[in-house]
Every structure is written in C-alpha cells, then in structure tokens.
Design a protein around this ligand. Structure first.
Ligand SMILES: *Cc1c(COP(=O)(O)O)cnc(C)c1O
Length: 455
C-alpha cells in the first residue's frame, strides 16, 4: 500500500533544537547599538529573559528543549509529513512531492513552535506580561494561546489594516484571553508619532513592533516577544525540519530541494536549517526561500544594517532590507510583509548557500487552489508562495523527466483567509510588484554606521 502520511510517535518529538550557527562558514554579523558598536547581549535584558538572550548569541549546535515545552508540543506535534500523490498526478510529474503540515496546531500555523518556548522561558524568569505585534494575526494568536498556557497576560498590537480585514483573528486572540490593540494606537509614543505624521495610517509590522517594544521596555513586569527574524525564533522552529528528516529516513527518501515561504524567515529557517546541516557536511540539497514580489526583501532589498522596527527602537540588524519605513502594498499574505528578513537567512543568502525567489500574488493563489483541489487542505496565502515554487519545480521535472524529491513546508491553513480566496475567485486580486523608485529611496533612509557593508 502506498503511504500518504508519514507519522512519528510522540516520543520522537525532537529533544533539542538545532542551531545553524554551528555550521555556518562565518560567524553571524552582530547586532549594533545606536553608537554603531556591537550590542552587549545584557542590554537586551530589559525586554527578553536570560535563556532567550543566551540562545540568541549561542553557537552551540544542539540546545535542549525543556520538557514542559515538549509536553505542550505534544498537543499537535509531531506533525505529519504527507506525500502529495494527488498533486503529483495532477501535474503529471515524475517528481515526488512531500509536505509537512503545520496547520494542525491550535492557532493553525507553525508559529506556536516558538510562542510556547518563549512563553515558557518568560514564565520561568518570573515575567507576568508579554507584549507583541501581529500582522495578519497568526503570530498574535500563537502567543495568545502560549501565554495562556503559562498564565501570562498578553497584549497584541495588530496592524490596523489586518485588524479591520480579519476580525476573526482578533476574536481568536481574545478567546485565549489576549488584549488586542489596533496599531498605530494612541497608547504609545511610537503609535502617536506615526498618527501625527499620517492620521490615516493603515499600519505596518515595523510600526507595531515599535509599539510593543516600547510597552515592554517601559514596564518591569512586561517582556517583548517576536514571532520571527531573531536567531532564537528560528532555532525554536527547527523542530519542523528535524522531524521532517526523521520522516524522510522512515521512507528511505531525502529531498533534492527544500522550499518554504519567507516573511521574517522563521518558517524558512525552521524548515530548511536542519537540512543545511547536511549541506554543510557535503550533501547536495537546494534550499529555496520564497517571498512575494510586492515585498521582495531578499531578492531586491539592500544588504545593510537597518532597524528591525520602523521607529528605530531596536538594535541594527544586518539584513536584506526594503528600509525600515517600508509600508507594503496590502497583499493578502500578511505574514510575508516584513521590510527585512532574519539576519541568519540573509547571511546564508549573501554567501550563496541558499536561494531565494519572488513570486506574484495571483500565481500563488492559483497554486494554492490546485493544492486545495488535489490534497484537500486550503492553505494560508503565505503558504501558497511555497506551493507555487514546489509546483514549478515539479513541472520542470515533468519536462526533463527527472524524478526529483521536492519538500515544502505547508506552514498553515487558510481558514481565516477565505475572503482572499473569494477575491481571487472573483478575479479581483491584483499583482503588485514593488516599485524600483521605492527600493532606491529606501537607501537614503538606512542608518549611517561605519560597519555598513559596501554597495
Ligand atoms: C507567519 C507565517 C509565515 C511566515 O513566517 P516567517 O517566519 O515570518 O517567515 C508563513 N506561513 C504562515 C502560515 C504564517 O503564519
């Protein structure tokens, strides 16, 4: 009988997270403070608990997953690895397509893999409240659930355009007991300053981050939580790729190409980094990050030190950036609209060790619908980016006759994004490539520091 789902036992949930820093050819570029000097990790202790700061700067290959975190992971992990036989048939491809499904977590995406870990370490440090931002609402819902499990209060600054477009995500966060504030808000200096400049601002992830960081920095009982970008977040997400490797081993297969969509980089890092370990040891495997053409940070951004938020409260991170003042076109893949990308992903891309592609919005929905109509799962708009590229790879195999093994991460379901599908089906969705002038203009806004790389 041909196997469709490759399952693991609960006891096979990884016992450690994998830290890619141990296998990178060069040490990660350090975050810089306002003076242009590397940040002393202790400076982060106003907003992060000790263990997360240690993970942020660690180069240790394996970092143990605390048992209380694994216990909560067991509510939905291990996640299944599927062989997409019906999609393969529809494409008439000799390629084998596999996907891991992270949409079975309670909030419906991969994000609780890190939310639970972050809530745990904050709880352990005696913190009582967490502040965060959310774009489309997936991260906010993951942290709302995770905070609740450790008795933490959670406030979520939600990008206003999503707050208005996705009221059900807000309901979900409130059901878990979080407080949700549309951003820019009148509750923080950062929010107020944006509202003064632009009273009709629909918000951005960068602005919402500024608000959450400000709340955390100004209250001693409150820490900040970030859903992507930072090293410790990518670390926690490696449970995805680690499980996938065990699952491939069970069926005696291994991917030629690993595909994941990339917003801030935690989904890509979590899926691909465990395979990078093999690549670093000499194995042939391509790792492909997929982003929207309307927010093409990796493929068209500047490789430069920039702020992580739009107001300039965070340390400077070396990344591919569209400029911290970037306000993206309102595409539906809200989780992929960050102006930068994880420094670890950016450095590997800069060094030519991973690949990146940008894809237009309509083509992603076309791919998502083919997936829904063959495999059944209606994917999140973010996930559709990965599906687009997995399908393109499989179609290329149909031409060349190569029976490649393609693996992508199905990062979440699209049950809260059905209005986006309605609009696609009604022919109302548009492609919105990011204008070249805006990319050039962002250069002028980059912070001036001596260690800025040339070009
Ligand atoms: C947030 C999100 C992403 C993007 O994740 P990053 O880690 O920021 O790249 C992808 N898919 C889904 C379903 C998401 O919720």
């Amino acid at each position: 009988m041909a196997v469709t789902k490759i399952l693991l036992d609960e006891s096979e949930i990884p016992e450690s997270w994998y830290n890619v820093v141990a296998d990178m050819p060069n040490a990660p570029a350090p975050p810089l403070g306002p003076d242009g000097k590397p940040v002393n990790p202790q400076a982060l202790s106003a907003i992060f608990p000790g263990p997360l700061i240690e993970q942020e700067v660690s180069s240790q290959r394996w970092i143990p997953i605390p048992e209380p975190v694994r216990e909560i992971y067991r509510l939905w992990r291990p996640t299944p690895l599927y062989r997409a036989r019906r999609l393969e048939q529809a494409l008439g491809t000799p390629a084998k397509i596999y996907y891991k499904y992270e949409g079975g977590s309670p909030p419906g995406s991969h994000k609780p893999n890190t939310a639970v870990a972050q809530a745990y370490f904050n709880h352990l440090a005696g913190v009582r409240r967490l502040a965060t931002e959310t774009g489309a609402g997936q991260w906010g819902s993951a942290l709302a659930m995770a905070g609740r499990m450790f008795g933490l209060e959670v406030s979520v600054y939600m990008v206003r355009v999503s707050y208005e477009q996705k009221p059900t995500r807000r309901s979900m966060m409130e059901s878990w007991g979080a407080r949700v504030i549309p951003s820019p808000s009148a509750e923080t200096k950062a929010g107020l300053s944006v509202r003064e400049r632009d009273p009709n601002s629909t918000g951005s992830l960068g602005i919402a981050i500024s608000e959450a960081v400000e709340e955390a920095a100004s209250r001693s009982d409150t820490n900040y939580s970030l859903g992507s970008v930072l090293n410790h977040v990518l670390l926690h997400q490696t449970v995805i790729g680690l499980e996938a490797k065990k699952q491939f081993a069970k069926v005696g297969d291994y991917p030629d190409v690993v595909v994941a969509c990339c917003g801030g980089g935690s989904n890509f890092g979590g899926s691909a980094f465990p395979f990078f370990a093999d690549k670093a040891a000499g194995r042939q495997v391509r790792l492909v990050a997929v982003e929207p053409e309307s927010c093409p940070s990796l493929t068209r951004g500047h490789y430069a030190y920039d702020f992580g938020d739009s107001v300039g409260l965070t340390p400077l991170l070396l990344m591919y950036t569209l400029g911290h003042r970037f306000v993206p076109p309102p595409i539906h893949a809200g989780g992929l609209r960050y102006h930068g990308d994880a420094p670890l992903v950016c450095q590997l891309y800069h060094e030519g060790l991973i690949e990146a592609v940008a894809v237009p919005q309509r083509a992603t929905f076309e791919a998502g619908l083919l997936f829904a109509r063959t495999e059944g799962i209606i994917p999140a708009p973010e996930t559709n980016h990965a599906i687009r590229v997995a399908i393109d790879e499989a179609r290329a195999c149909a031409k060349t006759g190569e029976p490649k093994t393609i693996f992508f991460n199905c990062s979440g379901h699209g049950h809260f994004d059905l209005t986006a599908y309605d609009r696609y089906l009604a022919g109302e969705l548009e492609d919105a490539p990011y204008p070249e002038e805006a990319i050039r203009a962002a250069l002028a806004d980059l912070p001036k520091v001596a260690s800025q790389p040339p070009g």
